[in-house]
Ligand binder design. Structure first.
Ligand SMILES: Nc1ncnc2c1ncn2[C@@H]1O[C@H](COP(=O)(O)OP(=O)(O)OP(=O)(O)O)[C@@H](O)[C@H]1O
Ligand SMILES: [Mg+2]
Length: 439
């Protein structure tokens, strides 16, 4: 077919040799057909007639490159680039040429520019070479994505029973994501759409990550926790690709809980987001979450953040994080419950759970755990002397509690302001309720 076309074009050109448009067409056909010497001649002929013909110059560059005439090719590439006449594909060739000339830094810079201009223009070979070079330099390689299917999905050995309090949050998770997974037919019967994720927010240490993991354990699904730095990549365009790989891997590992920790970092324009990856990465995340192109069936999406106010509102639309739940510091009953969980199976002597819970107002679950850890260390020391495990007692735990400061208060001092002044359609009413502030 190409041969036929080439023959016809040649015939046409014989009749009107000055028709550069036609000749350009022929030259490009020859290039495509890998008839490089002829292509080179045709491009040159055009340039003899029209010195400034950009398309012919670009074509000539490509034929030189294909013929491995690198030193000549690089001159044209440089000229096109300097005069702003290089298209992304030309820049890619230029980057390849620079690499071959051992101008690695320049090659990297240019290659990154190409990826910004056109993320589809990747060159695996060049990519690998430039990365290898960088591995010895200041940028680490992204092993996270490479390891995705191997080890990063875990099978948690905890379930809801290991999470104290948080009854409302457990119920929401149950209704919104667990039941749809277990009874898809019921949802279908009512024509109710399944999908979307839950965003947990609140002060540190109150069990967001713990609960996400337990959610996976609850339904014997796999679990993976992802932070923004696991996805970010030095190559523009690659962060989005990593994110896509992550979702794909989660789909292969379904049923699983895909947990995004500190998700606000992804949705906020941060200075540590390299280059301008921010917006593109957000868009990638949103479209993966929408699950239109690829089904997210069996992939339960949870996110957590200490700073929901920094999250781009687009994340909260239906089908995305359309349930936003406040994970508050454990109340008295929850603290009792958490203590029971934390102390279960340990050497104890008649513990007054309620007394300890009363003395640990504003403690987070993590604070309670720290308290228990301090107490255990004390008891271990005593046990070394006696040679038997010394049981923990109420007074030991109260003593340990005194050494700690509740860590949740600080968070509320800033959260309060957002709840008061940026309470977009009542989004943070739960915080106001918790603080006993009238709306
Ligand atoms: N409700 C709870 N029940 C049992 N243990 C809890 C609970 N909340 C917290 N913990 C304990 O505290 C530890 C820290 O909690 P976790 O990491 O889940 O907090 P977080 O809300 O994710 O905090 P951050 O915002 O800092 O990420 C947990 O590993 C767990 O041992
Ligand atoms: Mg956490």
């Amino acid at each position: 077919m190409d041969e036929e076309n080439i023959k016809n074009l040649k015939e046409a050109l014989r009749l009107s040799p000055n028709n550069t448009l036609l000749r350009l067409h022929l030259a490009e056909m020859l290039l495509k057909a890998n008839q490089l010497v002829e292509a080179e001649n045709e491009f040159k002929t055009i340039l003899e007639i029209e010195v400034g013909n950009i398309k012919a110059k670009r074509g000539l560059l490509k034929t030189y490159y294909e013929q491995k005439k690198y030193s000549t090719a690089i001159i044209i590439a440089e000229e096109l680039t300097n005069s702003d006449q290089a298209t992304p594909d030309i820049l890619l060739i230029y980057a390849q040429l620079l690499y071959k000339e051992n101008e690695i830094r320049d090659a990297i810079e240019l290659y990154q520019k190409v990826l910004v201009l056109d993320p589809t223009l990747t060159d695996p070979e060049l990519d690998k070479n430039l990365r290898n070079f960088n591995a010895g330099g200041d940028v680490e390689q992204n092993n996270f994505v490479a390891d995705l299917d191997n080890s990063l999905f875990e099978k948690p050995d905890i379930n809801f029973d290991h999470v104290g309090g948080m009854d409302r949050v457990k119920e929401e998770i149950n209704i919104k994501i667990i039941q749809p997974l277990e009874h898809p037919e019921l949802y279908a019967a009512y024509g109710k759409k399944v999908g979307g994720g839950i965003l947990l927010y609140g002060p540190p240490g109150c069990g967001k990550t713990h609960l996400a993991k337990a959610t996976a354990g609850q339904i014997s699904a796999k679990f993976i926790s992802v932070g923004i730095n696991d996805i970010l990549d030095m190559w523009v365009g690659n962060s989005e690709k990593n994110l896509h790989e992550l979702f794909e891997s989660a789909r292969r590992n379904a049923p699983c809980v895909l947990f995004f920790d500190e998700v606000d970092a992804l949705g906020a324009s941060r200075s540590d987001m390299r280059q301008s990856a921010g917006r593109a990465l957000i868009n990638q995340f949103l479209s993966e979450m929408d699950g239109i192109e690829y089904s997210n069936e069996g992939v339960l999406i949870l996110g957590a953040t200490n700073a929901p106010w920094h999250l781009d509102p687009a994340f909260r639309r239906p089908g995305r994080f359309d349930r936003i739940i406040f994970v508050q510091p454990p109340d008295l009953d929850s603290r009792i419950n958490i203590l029971e969980i934390l102390l279960k199976g340990k050497p104890l002597n008649d513990i007054d759970f309620k007394a300890i819970a009363k003395k640990t107002d504003n403690f987070s679950g993590a604070d309670l755990r720290a308290m228990v850890d301090i107490c255990i260390e004390e008891k271990l020391r005593a046990s070394f002397k006696t040679g038997v495990p010394e049981p923990m007692e109420t007074k030991d735990l109260l003593k340990a509690a005194k050494q700690l400061k509740p860590s949740t208060k600080e968070w509320f001092s800033s959260a309060r302001n957002y709840a008061l002044y940026a309470n977009d359609s009542g989004l943070y009413d739960d915080i106001l309720d918790y603080l006993n502030i009238k709306k």
